[in-house]
Design a protein around this ligand. Sequence first.
Ligand SMILES: N[C@@H](CCC(=O)N[C@@H](CS)C(=O)NCC(=O)O)C(=O)O
Length: 218
Amino acid sequence: MELYFAPLACSLATRIALYEAGAEAEFTRVDTKTKRVADGSDFLAVNAMGQVPVLRTDDGALLTENPAVLQYVADRYPQSGLAPQGGFERYGLQQWLNFITSELHKVVFIPLLDAKAPEGAKAFAREKAGPRLAYLNDYLDGKDYLLDGFTVADAYLVTVLNWAKPSGIELAEFPAIDAYVRRQHQRPSVAKAFAEELDLYKAEQARRAPPILSRRPA
Ligand SMILES: N[C@@H](CCC(=O)N[C@@H](CS)C(=O)NCC(=O)O)C(=O)O
């Protein structure tokens, strides 16, 4: 399998899932701003939406959209327990994947993180954040995971909650969420994936920052 990813983007969830499953995978870096793959090729030829994650399966098929990609990895490695294999529990997993993707990822975090989003969009996202995080906080109170054990929904949730601080959201106001994030970060797959992508992200930021000597004096 091959995962097209960008450091600390939502594709981190799939990296966590692949580590959890002990899967053999190749990680191919994408610059989502320039739409170039690390080897210089055109990422739009891989995904016309220009977004990560994209998963190339061992058969060469391409899959996009976090909830689908994550469930594919879980089902490809059923022994990992990353998804209930059927029954009502599977709908519970899908309920959370959809909540994370539509209510948190897209409604709250994308407008707050995107430098191009106008202030009106950011204000709207801030207004939506409170009730959604309060709902999640109530749900997580007294629970270690979204379902009975760690699933791909937890991999996705911890990934988007990592964006809270740069979005100006103070998770300390939501103690059950705050405790949940801290616990997830102690999990080896989460800690390894996050540390690796944080290093890549910092290196990318350093490359983008203009060299000090070329800055004009004020
Ligand atoms: N609906 C897609 C959204 C994926 C998404 O928003 N990816 C972001 C990174 S977190 C991205 O690639 N953004 C670049 C862009 O939208 O141009 C999914 O759930 O997979």
